[in-house]
Design a protein around this ligand. Sequence first.
Ligand code: SME
Length: 150
Amino acid sequence: MEKEIKYQNILKNIESLIEGEADTISIMSTISCELYQAFEQWNWVGFYRLVDEKTLKVGPYQGTHGCLTIDINQGVCGKCAREQKVQIENDVTKLPHHIACSTDTKSEIVLPVFDKSGQLEAVLDIDSLELNSFDTIDEKYLTEVADKVY
Ligand code: SME
């Protein structure tokens, strides 16, 4: 219940901060900032933009250094972009295809970001310092957040 209340407050803050804003980079920057400060166990929050049919490029983010480019055939982000479905990884240390931008990361969630026509534009990537950080509650609310970008 506590996590749900936290997310409901985060959503209200984000909605208020981006009200009337149409610039996606500004919206992504604001979302990254608000989410990163919300959960102390998260060590990376940000976006990778789909710049062509096989390349993700880092967008606005908060946290330790994020790799700049991800081939769509690589990593958890690439899998999310290929399948266009949320990826929840409870223990990334056991994942052969995981790209470790930080060796401190233990679990991860990656969500597709669609524009109004349903076209994939980016992925929202969140890393945690703890195992098993993400569940269906995170998926539900972070999907609502991702739907506010475009
Ligand atoms: N872990 C991601 C790469 C992005 S860094 O974590 C910011 C992946 O496996 O795609």
